[in-house]
Design a protein around this ligand. Structure first.
Ligand SMILES: [Mn+2]
Length: 293
């Protein structure tokens, strides 16, 4: 059964689920506190800043494609930057492929999921004034991780997740894998994501190949940059129109990732597109401040 965009859980199931995951949530909470304790001075500074943000005020940030655990990436450095920004924010949107379950180099899926959850729990607990939204990408669309997102949603009052997109005011946030081909629809996106839902990850040999080939290729200069940006914008816009989230529905800004191709205020057909790139081997990367009115 493909996931629907609106994920709801009936109250009765919610209670039963909440009982079964309670132990897991407590374990993650303990690990998150240990993790935060190790970076105490930074965490205290962030918590103090978070307290100064008045309700309904503060910025909104968007980040995607960290691919944590995949490529010896600078996970902790990203955590500190995100923590600093989340401490001044009322909203922080993760745009998918934050954790990379296909290419993780941790010992097991369970360990990747645990570490990812600790990360999210640590952020959510340190910055209670900020609402964290997790929009899934194609590399973190994994059934066991999604189960844990349900649990985090129950455990943290300021955490929500969204399988395909999020609309806030005049902004839409999505991963951007709809830009891979022509004609993406809600159904085709769900179908292409399903393929990976239960897949095991790649072995270490393929993982190093991925590092060497795939990530390296992605950061090669793109010869027809303008055309590429235009094509990407065109495909994303066509998808948004099909799901009723185009300019006619009041959308003005689109925040996305996946292509690893930075786009800053790229105007196309009444929309402004934003992509922060990816923090991979010297590529351009930034956490974007988003409009949410
Ligand atoms: Mn992706």
């Amino acid at each position: 059964m493909p996931l629907r965009q609106k994920k709801t859980m009936p109250n009765k199931r919610r209670e039963a689920f909440s009982r079964t995951v309670r132990g897991w949530v407590e374990q993650v909470r303990r690990s998150a506190r240990e993790f935060l304790e190790k970076r105490r001075s930074r965490v205290q500074a962030a918590a103090a800043a978070a307290e100064r943000v008045a309700p309904g005020e503060g910025k909104c940030y968007f980040v995607a494609d960290l691919h944590l655990f995949a490529n010896r990436s600078k996970g902790l450095r990203h955590f500190d930057e995100i923590l600093r920004k989340a401490a001044q924010a009322q909203c922080f949107v993760f745009g998918g492929d934050i954790f990379d379950f296909r290419w993780a180099q941790t010992k097991s899926h369970a360990q990747t999921i645990e570490q990812a959850s600790v990360w999210l729990m640590a952020l959510g607990e340190t910055c209670p004034q900020c609402r964290f939204h997790y929009v899934l990408g194609n590399h973190d669309y994994h059934r066991r991780f999604i189960d844990r997102l349900y649990a985090l949603d129950l455990a943290l009052p300021n955490f929500s997740w969204h399988p395909f997109y999020l609309r806030l005011g005049s902004s839409v946030f999505l991963h951007g894998d709809v830009a891979d081909g022509e004609g993406a629809t809600a159904e085709s996106l769900a179908a292409s994501r399903e393929v990976w839902l239960d897949k095991n990850r790649r072995g270490p040999w393929l993982s190093s190949l991925y590092d060497a080939v795939v990530l390296a290729r992605l950061h090669k200069p793109v010869p027809h940059l303008v055309y590429t940006k235009r094509l990407v914008a065109q495909r994303v816009l066509a998808y948004l129109e099909r799901i009723g989230q185009g300019p006619a529905a009041g959308v003005r800004n689109v925040y996305f990732g996946h292509t690893h191709l930075p786009m800053a205020n790229y105007h196309y057909q009444g929309l402004t597109f934003h992509n922060g790139g990816a923090p991979i081997k010297g590529m351009k990367f930034r956490i974007i401040q988003a409009v949410m009115e």
